[in-house]
Design a protein around this ligand. Structure first.
Ligand code: C2E
Ligand code: CA
Ligand code: CA
Ligand code: CA
Length: 283
């Protein structure tokens, strides 16, 4: 068994050939799967740490495969990226999520519009139609741009020059928020935060492992405290992912993190679950 991130263990696959065939098969099936409506989107609530309010959700795609059952994004997003199929798939996810957010907004009578977060692959970032597609989706759904947040991983932006960042800047100019996803897992330097068109920092869940107990790991607390302080100085909002326990939530709140996401608050689920949460929240 080989160790995989923290305390999770995974038995090595004895039949790598079979897996390669499956991978090949899945890759070929991606286009028809999209046509046949085999993908669906789940929504995980985003919670304001200050008062526990549901602020919105992150859209996470799944594949309901006719033979293999429900596949998680880690099982097919890399394949979709390698073939470019992530471009139509990503656009489809964005459309679904924007529709859904618009729908929540229409049903929710008080408070600010729920925010919808959508992941953007590095491959989408280099696609020439990206800006036009985002604008078109906003136009079609009537979703206000500030209700949309596109999540870009840190690694996608490492080494990006001014030209590569142009589409992202233009999207930000539309009023759409950009989040730096999985922050802290890449090799970016903190000073890049000064010039990236980013308004949200999503701290990777690896930062909160030492916060499961009272007292928390003091070094981990100091690190997050420093990141939050720097982020706030730069007018960035801090979201923490992978919050699994109440103790973690309390520590993160004490450190001044703004938003949280994780199993403690709710797993990703069907849109209806969010409907109920946001409506309950509206009172
Ligand atoms: P991510 O953007 O970092 O999304 C968070 C992942 O952490 C999700 O896994 C979510 O279900 C999981 N998670 C949430 N709360 C907890 C928690 O408390 N503890 C733990 N251990 N995990 C938690 P999921 O849905 O399997 O997605 C995996 C990755 O696939 C995402 O990571 C994202 O990078 C990618 N992905 C998902 N949907 C899309 C999409 O539509 N487009 C693209 N390009 N990538 C996507
Ligand atoms: Ca994400
Ligand atoms: Ca993330
Ligand atoms: Ca992550």
């Amino acid at each position: 068994a080989k160790e995989r991130g923290g305390n999770r263990y995974e038995v090595a696959d004895p039949d790598a050939d079979a897996r390669a065939i499956t991978r090949h098969g899945l890759t070929n099936q991606l286009p028809s799967a999209l046509r046949h409506g085999e993908f669906f989107v789940e929504y995980q609530p985003l919670i304001g740490l200050e008062d526990g309010a549901v602020l919105g959700a992150e859209a996470l795609v799944r594949w309901s495969h006719p033979v293999h059952g429900v596949l998680g994004p880690d099982q097919f997003i890399p394949l979709a990226e390698s073939t470019g199929q992530i471009v139509p798939l990503g656009r489809w996810v964005l459309e679904q999520a924007a529709q859904q957010a618009r729908d929540w907004h229409d049903r929710k009578f008080t408070g600010p519009a729920p925010r919808i977060n959508v992941n953007l692959s590095p491959v989408q970032l280099t696609h020439p139609d990206l800006v036009a597609e985002v604008a078109a989706v906003l136009d079609e759904t009537g979703l206000q741009p500030s209700a949309l947040c596109l999540e870009v991983t840190e690694s996608a932006l490492i080494g990006a020059d001014e030209d590569a960042l142009k589409p992202l800047r233009r999207i930000a100019d539309l009023g759409v928020a950009i989040a730096l996803d999985d922050f802290g897992t890449g090799y970016s330097n903190l000073s890049s935060l000064r010039w990236l068109p980013v308004s949200v920092l999503k701290l990777d869940r690896s930062f909160t492992r030492g916060m499961r107990q009272h007292p928390a790991d003091p070094v981990e607390m100091k690190i997050v405290e420093g990141i939050v302080s720097l982020a706030h100085t730069l007018n960035l909002t801090v979201t923490v992912e992978g919050v699994e326990t109440r103790t973690q939530a309390e520590h993160l709140r004490a450190l001044g993190c703004d938003t949280a996401q994780g199993w403690y608050y709710g797993k990703a689920g069907p849109a209806e679950q969010l409907h109920r949460l946001t409506l309950a929240d509206a009172g």
